[in-house]
Design a protein around this ligand. Structure first.
Ligand code: KIV
Ligand code: ZN
Length: 516
């Protein structure tokens, strides 16, 4: 396949995906996702925004140290200190990229940057040159390109390529573009910029009008050769273009695109589940490719057609994107070594032997209850164990719930707070409501509950329930996670986890806020 038949997949789940309210991840979680992305054969992993916080820097560095088969990239504004920090974080990478950007739309230049267009070009050139002093692989993005003037885009892009950018990214930052028009913009840029042949043109579309995938595909039809996307379409506001949809669209419609990616699609569904478990963002059942109903046929007519000849109603095969690959990995009799080895294969690492012991104890308890333990169960055990890591302010010690027809549900909860156990009882409209009220009576957090959702990790009534609790306080949003075969206990764990996240605080710099 020549370079022109290859579509580069640039995954930004760990950076733009993490900018979704409540989707922040720990270093260990990011590493697990990075390993899954490498297995998926993503070309470029945008591992984070290194200057955002020491934690973000460490996560990018750890990913750079670990990943061998994908390029590891850090975002940086067009500022010397950002670029130098990004370079330091990706230094250990087998292949590293610095992605630097500056806003180019009239509205962003005037109000956000408060800079004249010529000064913006100057800063972009300086940034690309500085990044090139660190690495050969430099990407330059024109933030809000979707609302930028074509002539100005041509000028700044020509200058950035001259300065050494090998990839030029055209983001539709606010999801404003419409497919035909966006495709035409890409075509105009490719034909009007004299040195356009010296760079790969990339697109990065947001989904505010539900058009991120359509816009990205229109751009590919008109010559873009890199798409920036995220697993499950996670991302700022309405999200980014979804990786699985882009990959399967170009693969399924080779007749139109005449292009393919390196992606090993059999890992799409497991990666989607992992990202959903770690971030606590459930996947809607009717989501293309990775939704639970994506390959389920309900109506009699469709079922009849599929049974006679599957292509009557199916354009892709479920197994080609990783459905039905639940592997029964471990059981009741599996020992510690088998457990540790499987965790390693899944890219799960515990920082301390104590965490591993705790996870193993949970695995044993679960194996007694559930008999069959799948990879997804192990991922949930790992997330649930990690959730308790660090100096948690609140810990769930035990709980008892009473739920009976005709009786007001009651919950008795014991929390460990500041080294002391506190027990309280509360009533509610249901057992979950009673549990949350009991926890709040003790914690008195002042948080608003924004979302409560329960998902089955695997199928069957003995499956673990995975609960997400989203809390908000003072504009800060966190997603707490909990998993257990008992969904009331999973709910309590998720609530306590969210309380710990919100009280841990931590300020990080947002990349798209101008530095003052
Ligand atoms: O949406 C956007 O413009 C971005 C850039 C930083 C690439 O995420
Ligand atoms: Zn973005």
């Amino acid at each position: 396949m020549s370079a022109n038949d290859q579509l580069i997949i640039f995954d930004t789940t760990l950076r733009d995906g993490e900018q979704s309210p409540g989707a922040s991840m720990t270093k260990a979680e990011k590493l697990r996702i990075a390993k899954a992305l490498e297995k998926l054969r993503v070309d470029v992993i945008e591992a984070g925004f290194a200057i955002a916080s020491p934690g973000d820097f460490e996560a990018v560095k750890a990913i750079a140290e670990t990943i061998k088969d994908s390029t590891v990239c850090s975002l940086s504004r067009a500022l010397d200190k950002d670029i130098d920090r990004a370079a330091e974080a990706i230094r250990p990478a087998a292949r590293g990229r610095i992605h630097t950007f500056i806003a180019t739309s009239p509205i962003h230049m005037k109000y956000k940057l408060q800079m004249e267009p010529d000064a913006v070009i100057e800063q972009a050139v300086r940034a690309v040159k500085r990044a090139r002093n660190h690495v050969d692989d430099v990407e330059f993005s024109c933030e809000d390109a979707g609302r930028s003037e074509l002539d100005f885009l041509c000028r700044i892009i020509e200058a950035a390529i001259d300065a050494g950018a090998a990839t030029i990214n055209i983001p539709d930052t606010v999801g404003y573009a419409i497919p035909e028009q966006f495709g035409e913009t890409i075509h105009q840029l490719l034909t009007r910029i004299p040195n356009a042949d010296k760079a790969v043109f990339s697109v990065h579309c947001h989904n505010d009008l539900g058009l991120a995938v359509a816009n990205s595909l229109a751009a590919v039809s008109r010559g873009a050769r890199q798409v920036e996307c995220t697993i499950n379409g996670l991302g700022e506001r309405a999200g980014n273009a979804s990786l699985e949809e882009i990959v399967m669209a170009v693969r399924t419609r080779q007749d139109l695109f005449h292009i393919d990616t390196r992606i090993d699609a059999r890992h799409i569904v497991p990666t989607s589940k992992l990202v959903s478990t770690i971030t606590g963002f459930p996947v809607q059942p009717n989501k293309a490719i990775v939704g639970a109903n994506a390959f389920a046929h309900e109506s009699g007519i469709h079922q009849d057609g599929v049974l006679k000849h599957r292509e009557t109603y199916e354009i892709m095969r479920a197994e080609d994107v990783g459905w039905h690959t639940n592997s029964l990995v471990l059981g009741k009799l599996s020992g510690r070594n088998a457990f540790r080895t499987r965790l390693q294969e899944l890219g799960i690492q515990f920082e301390t032997e104590g965490e591993l012991n705790e996870a193993f104890a949970r695995f044993k308890t679960m194996a007694d209850l559930k008999h069959e333990i799948f990879d997804e169960d192990l991922q949930a055990i790992a997330t649930d164990t990690k959730v308790k890591e660090g100096e948690a302010r609140y810990q769930l010690v035990c709980m008892k719930v009473c739920s009976e027809t005709g009786v007001v549900p009651k919950a008795e909860v014991t929390l460990l707070m500041e080294g002391k156990e506190h027990r309280v009882e509360a009533e509610g409209s249901g057992p979950v409501d009673a549990t949350f009220k009991a926890i709040e009576t003790l914690a008195d957090s002042g948080c608003n509950l924004q979302l409560y959702s329960v998902n089955n990790i695997t199928s069957g009534t003995d499956a673990q329930g995975e609960v997400t609790v989203r809390l908000e306080r003072g504009g800060r949003i966190v997603n707490g996670l909990g998993a257990d075969t008992d969904i009331i206990i999973a709910s309590a764990k998720a609530y306590v986890n969210a309380l710990n996240l919100i009280s841990a605080g931590g300020v990080r710099q947002h990349p798209q806020v101008a530095d003052v």
